[in-house]
Design a protein around this ligand. Structure first.
Ligand code: DON
Length: 560
């Protein structure tokens, strides 16, 4: 009797750290975002008693203002929320949708060939924005504070302005000609048609008023009434096809995330209309069958690449908006499916992409779109990636609103096999249809193990998924938040059949070995992702936040 009691108490004692791990709260709050002013906006709201979800509203809105070339009210995003009190995880899908008048061949000429830049420049490239509705939804359903309170920092920033910084200036130089085409945007971002000097203060009073309307009227302040009608007329005058019904009918969708396990780590990521979670599950399932610890560095890189190749192939073939097409999520994320894919991988040779079924043949981009990660003192978590797609989206600002429109329509496969801005190809699953969401690579992700929690994500178009994969692998191997965001990166996306890499990712000897195995290599540009990570190590309740050292992000941990 005494003995079994002792055994029971021992067992209970052994379970304690696990119980503590899932039940305890970190007692500290952390935010990592692409801009210090956005991170400060989130902390301001936490300090006022808001939770991680209120802070997310504040950060999303502030990023609209201070990183306008990446995301904003004219775009969309995916918000992965995890609530501490009941462990409820949900993805808020605020992705843009194709206008009602959109057609599968709207960007093709009479010969059926893509019209150059038609899906990229000007309002015809813009889907119906989802970000405003997502902010209202998050505040109403998950926040503690009124929307108006969480939007206040963004309104202040839009009114007072912020100094132009290097990355934004680079984007302006890159898109100057496009922005010059429409006076409303040129008036905000250029001075006399020229790119202003660093430090020039960018003020956005129209955007401040649009936020104020949203704060007071909620969803209808953007999607209905005179304001919406005004947007529709302006868009149509400038060559777009929006209608008042498109705006009125826009809906945020709550979706169950993709969840899977890898070596005892529980990983939660974005479901369709993102390809991120499905591709990550597939890649980790493939890798789970190898004894990675027993393999040399080059073979591990080779296997990571082969897993990427296969998951991106399936992305091209099967993925699209699951409200419109049957996406075989269950099959693609099943370990048995990965077993089959693993059996086609040779340890000593690259598999040419053309050897995979359904190959269609083939043309990098980096640090626009934006991701932030939040953990609050109670343990609530947010991983959010939001975008207007390319640098400065479509380049078109709706006059009088400050709203810069996305060019998310380019994320559809405008023709099977034709590459988009990120060299991605797609099939009929991702064809354009009215009301449909274009397939995304955005992969806001939260993972948890006995060690603790990581909240991560990044911009980078097609490369988002492989960056999140490498980031997770490094965290699983023991890396801290700073090491995860700093990790040198490499990428393979099936088509084109080559490995892109940052110079520090592959040393000379590794490059030679990979080439001898049949891999083609290409060094990548400087602008490779912009990762923002928050981690919570249960040991010592260590909370960390880190922003990508490649750019100017802001990461801060605070106790309130
Ligand atoms: O949703 C997507 O996958 C793209 N619109 C994201 C674009 C992006 O990350 C651009 N960043 N460099």
């Amino acid at each position: 009797m005494f003995r079994s009691f002792k055994r029971l108490s021992l067992l209970l004692l052994m379970m304690l750290p696990v119980l503590a791990a899932t039940a305890a709260a970190p007692g500290k709050s952390a935010i990592a975002s692409a801009h210090p002013l956005a991170t400060a906006a989130g902390h301001e709201i936490l300090e006022q008693g808001g939770n991680a979800f209120d802070a997310a509203v504040a950060v999303s809105a502030a990023l609209t203002v201070v990183e306008p070339f990446s995301s904003g009210l004219g775009g969309g995003g995916l918000w992965l929320l995890s609530r501490a009190e009941d462990q409820h995880s949900v993805m808020i899908d605020g992705r843009e949708v194709a206008p009602g008048a959109a057609t599968a061949d709207m960007y093709l000429d009479e010969q059926g060939e893509p019209i150059p830049r038609a899906s990229l420049d000007g309002p015809l490239a813009a889907g119906i924005p989802g970000l405003p509705a997502a902010l209202v939804h998050m505040a109403d359903q998950y926040g503690r504070l009124p929307l108006a309170q969480s939007l206040a920092p963004a309104i202040r920033l839009a009114t007072a302005g912020f100094p132009l910084y290097a990355r934004m200036r680079l984007g302006l130089q890159y898109k100057q000609k496009l922005i010059q085409r429409w006076p409303a945007g040129a008036g905000i971002f250029l001075v006399g048609g020229d790119v202003p000097e660093p430090g020039h203060v960018i003020r956005q009073p129209d955007l401040a008023r649009t936020f104020e309307r949203l704060a007071v009227e909620g969803r209808d302040g953007f999607y209905a009434g005179e304001f919406a009608d005004g947007m529709v007329s302006a868009v149509r005058e400038a060559g777009g096809i929006w209608s008042a019904e498109d705006l009125r009918d826009y809906r945020v969708v709550e979706r169950a995330p993709i969840e899977f396990s890898y070596r005892g780590v529980r990983i939660v990521s974005a479901p369709p209309p993102s390809s991120g979670g499905v591709a990550l599950a597939d890649m980790f399932n493939i890798l789970g069958g190898f004894d990675l610890a027993g393999l040399d560095k080059v073979t591990r890189i080779h296997l990571n690449v082969e897993a990427m190749r296969r998951a991106y192939r399936d992305r091209a073939e099967y993925l699209g908006d699951s409200d419109f097409v049957a996406v075989p999520v269950g099959m693609l994320t099943h370990p048995f499916y990965a077993d089959g894919q693993r059996s086609s991988i040779r340890l000593d040779r690259a598999t040419p992409s053309s050897a995979l079924p359904g190959y269609r043949g083939e043309e990098p981009k980096g640090a626009h779109t934006t991701h932030y990660s939040i953990l609050d003192a109670d343990g609530n978590r947010v991983a959010a990636t939001q975008t207007i797609n390319g640098w400065f989206g479509s380049g078109y600002v709706i006059p009088g609103t400050g709203v810069l429109l996305n060019n998310e329509m380019d994320d559809f496969a405008i023709k099977p096999g034709v590459q988009n801005l990120y060299e991605l190809v797609g099939a009929s699953a991702n064809a354009i249809a009215p009301g449909k969401r274009p397939l995304s690579s955005m992969s806001p992700t939260i993972a948890e193990s006995d060690r603790g929690v990581i909240i991560l994500g990044t911009p980078g178009g097609s490369r988002i998924i492989s960056m999140v994969m490498l980031g997770l692998l490094s965290w699983i191997d023991g890396a801290d938040a700073t090491a995860v965001v700093s990790l040198p990166r490499y990428h393979h996306q099936y088509v084109p059949d080559r490995i892109y890499f940052e110079p520090a990712a592959l040393d000379e000897a590794t490059r030679k070995e990979l080439e001898s195995m049949g891999h083609e290599l290409r060094e990548s540009s400087r602008l490779y992702g912009n990762m923002n990570v928050v981690t919570w190590d249960y040991a010592g309740d260590e909370v960390r936040a880190a922003s990508d050292p490649r750019n100017e992000g802001g990461a801060a941990v605070r106790v309130y």
